[in-house]
Design a binder for this molecule. Structure first.
Ligand code: 5GP
Ligand code: MN
Length: 322
């Protein structure tokens, strides 16, 4: 059978009306791969719209392509839906779910346990980011990773590899990054745009949260929490918590970092681990998902019960990995 990359390239060449989407509360890989896909389709002269229930978070306003992300489904129905960076169908949000059940779907992803919910599925768990897959698709279609397209792919690569630090940084990842630099991207200005998006309030809120970090399981677990009250006091919100959970891994003995935050739908949790501890399995046991060393989900309980359940489940996972 033809490999998924070639099948998807052929399908794209033969199709005209696309809707591209990615997971709710999109991160750098989600947005980078979605914008990149839109750019590829525009270069091919196709008609495409981007849709995401959460829209473009403020901290990503700088990537501005001039193209809008629809937060409501368009009246005109697409021929096919491209779903990026969604470990399962539900991650794309509730509004689009009916279409995902009734239209052709191209599922491009790299999460563990993706149930292959698409009509065409291209899922590579070992690949750093969906942006890396979309970059390969561009190359397959003869489109160079130059200009905005290069920038979008670079954002995806750098976001999901923790600035090329995690084990998912493979030679192929760095070769793609090298190709983007060769095509003219300057990493210095790119990095400044990406990192300098905050306010004093946000910085101080993050300081308060770190100040209150706690340890569990003989210091093997570090936990931070963001309460609704803190968000209100500091005029900040859930989108300002991005990445802080990684800072907890700074502590030498901590094997797993947990972050919990109060949101409308419940307690959103993020897990990060060192080495072989599989936090995807922990997240999946609470209905979430992700990767071995980075996973998350939502718990429909109060803050205290969420923390207790997570600490308990993570403690078990640490003991099992020993
Ligand atoms: P983060 O902690 O940064 O939100 O997400 C880390 C990883 O876990 C990402 O790969 C993300 O896709 C996955 N993840 C986060 N939240 C959820 C969730 O609610 N459901 C599922 N299935 N995966 C999630
Ligand atoms: Mn990703």
């Amino acid at each position: 059978m033809m490999p998924p990359l070639k099948r998807i390239a052929e399908y794209i060449r033969a199709t005209d009306n696309f809707l591209i989407t990615t997971h709710v509360a999109p991160d750098g890989d989600a947005l980078g791969s979605m914008f990149a896909m839109a750019e590829i389709l525009a270069i091919l002269g196709k008609h495409a719209v981007m849709f995401n229930e959460s829209g473009l978070p403020d901290r990503f306003a700088w990537i501005g392509s001039g193209q809008t992300i629809l937060t409501e489904l368009p009246a005109a129905e697409p021929d096919v839906i491209i779903v990026l960076d969604c470990g399962d169908r539900e991650r794309a949000g509730t509004a689009i779910l009916p279409w995902l059940g009734s239209k052709p779907v191209i599922n491009i992803d790299h999460h563990l346990a993706n149930p292959l919910f698409g009509t065409l599925n291209w899922v590579e768990q070992r690949t750093s980011s969906v942006g890396e897959l979309v970059g390969r698709l561009a190359q397959e279609l003869g489109i160079p990773l130059v200009g905005m397209l290069g920038q979008y792919i670079y954002l995806a690569l750098i976001s999901d590899t923790g600035n090329f630090c995690f084990n998912n940084t493979r030679p192929e990842t760095l070769e793609m990054a090298a190709e983007i630099l060769r095509m003219g991207l300057l990493p210095g200005p790119f990095h400044e745009h990406r990192q300098s998006t905050g306010t004093l309030n946000q910085l101080q809120m993050r300081g308060t949260v770190l100040q209150e970090a706690r340890l569990y399981a003989d210091g093997r677990i570090g936990l931070i929490s963001f309460s609704r009250d803190l968000f209100e006091r500091t005029s900040t919100g859930p989108e300002d918590t991005e990445g802080l959970v990684n800072a907890v891994l700074y502590i030498q003995d901590v094997q797993v970092a947990i972050s919990v935050r109060e949101e409308e739908q419940g307690i959103k949790f993020s897990l990060r681990s060192k080495g072989s501890i599989n936090v995807q399995a922990v997240a999946a046991s609470f209905g979430g998902g992700g990767h071995r060393n980075a996973a998350g989900g939502i718990l429909d309980v109060d803050m205290e019960s969420a923390q207790n359940s997570l600490v308990q489940a993570v403690t078990k996972a640490i003991h099992e990995a020993l």
